[in-house]
Structures are given as C-alpha cells and as structure tokens.
Write a protein that binds this ligand. Sequence first.
Ligand code: NAI
Length: 248
Amino acid sequence: MQLPEYVGQTVLVTGAASGIGHAQVQAFRRQGANVIAIDRQAQPASLKAGTDLSYQVADVTDESALVTAISAGIAVLGAPSIVCNTAGRLDGYRPTLKTSLKDWQAILATDLTSQFIVTNTVLPMMLAQQHGVFVNMASIAGLVAGGGGAAYTAAKHAIIGYTKQLDLDYAAQGIRANCLAPGAINTPMNAADFAGDGKMAQWVADETPAKRWAQPQEVADLTLFLASQHADYVHGTVVPIDGGWLEK
Ligand code: NAI
C-alpha cells in the first residue's frame, strides 16, 4: 500500500515502543510521514533514529509529562494532523470484586484518560488547520465482555463513546475520529497467553473464526487506511479487526 498523501505529514503515536503502536510508527515512517512517538519505555533499537522521528519518553498517566512530551515533539516536527491514541494495558482479566480502586483508576488513566489529554492538547491546533484525524485504540473489549476484566472492558467501552462524541462535536470543523477494535493480536501484551505450553494462545486461535492470531502490522495497515483521505467519510465508528471474533 502506497499513500503519498502521508509524505511530510506529522503523526503522533502513543504506546510507540511495542506491539501495535510500534507497527503504526514504522508504517507511517515507511509512507514518508514524520512521527512523534511517545512511550514510557526507552526508545527501542528497532525504532531507528532519524529526522522523521521525535521519540519522547513519558508516562501517559502523568498529564504534565505527557503534555511536555507532545510539546517537545511538536517543536521538532510540527503539529500532528493524525493522532493514534494507542497506549494501553490489560487488567489481568480481573472481575470487579478483584479490582482495587487503585487498579481501576490506573487502567482508566492509561487506556482512557490519556486519550482525553492527548486530544485536548492537539485538537486546538487541528481546528486552526480545519483538519485532523484521530485513530483511537479500543478493542473487541469495547464492544463485548470477555476481552478483559472489569476495568479494561469499561475503559474500552468508554473510548468508543468518547470517540463518537469527539467526532460529533468537531466533524463539521474538519475533524474525523474513529476507533479500532482489534481481537487477538500477537504482541507483548498477550505474552502470558503464549507462556508455558501456550494452551491459552491455542484456545484463542481455535475460538477465532480465522483460526489464528494477527500480527501488529495488520492493525497498522488498517490504521493507514483509516487515517487516509480514502476514509474521509468514515466518522465516529468502530472498525473491528478480529478474525471474525465478534460475528459469533
Ligand atoms: P504492548 O504491550 O505491546 O504495547 C503497549 C505499549 O504502550 C507499550 O510500549 C507500553 O510501554 C505502552 N504503555 C503502556 N502504559 C503506558 C503508560 N502509562 N505511559 C506510556 N506508555 C505506556 O500492547 P499492544 O498489544 O500493542 O496494545 C496496544 C493497544 O492495543 C492497547 O491500547 C491495547 O489495549 C490495544 N489492543 C490490543 C490487542 C491485542 O490483542 N494485542 C487487542 C485489542 C486492543
């Protein structure tokens, strides 16, 4: 897939060090975009330094650190026209009675509130340009139960609601916001499923109509389409990429 429209555009990606975010960073760079990459982990060797990359270490649950990282990236590469709110983490599939208030707040801060902070930081710049695209990371856990525990499922459902409202409020001013809802993607987040005899990973594949896990690159490819002008009429919706999990 070649999308020349990305040449010279600035894209902001959170959760850039690993898994899907990492694949999104590389996918946009290959298209000629400049990327502001944010993660709490140090820059991995696999993300090669270059004038097209501004890598910022920040914890997305720390508002001040996050805003500082975004500003530092913008100082180098300019304001982003595309944002991938990808940072997130699982909650150990804990039901509500096994979820402490501290854990609940930590999951919501990482998965949901970080998207709010990033959005409110960059949206005014997008509105000044009358153009901006958000690709917010939900999950099948944003549409059905069972893809996480109480906190993760609540956060992912809320991301979908937040994204719809964001689109509704600003679509007429050139903003487009959508969610991705991946199913089983083989990333470090799911390492526990592959541990030991890998029975859990096998079960997930067996339960998936496509009978396999997907690679993060497949989600990055969908991101490229969703953020592009080819998807200009796609607004406020959720695009599953789940091997058919939700069709059952
Ligand atoms: P991953 O664990 O490989 O990558 C997540 C990245 O987010 C890591 O680099 C991590 O350091 C970063 N991160 C986590 N908390 C952070 C914080 N407080 N501050 C800054 N960075 C932080 O996981 P993966 O699979 O790539 O997940 C990315 C997103 O995709 C998450 O939002 C996840 O919920 C979502 N997702 C993943 C699925 C999967 O099967 N892997 C399925 C559906 C959704």
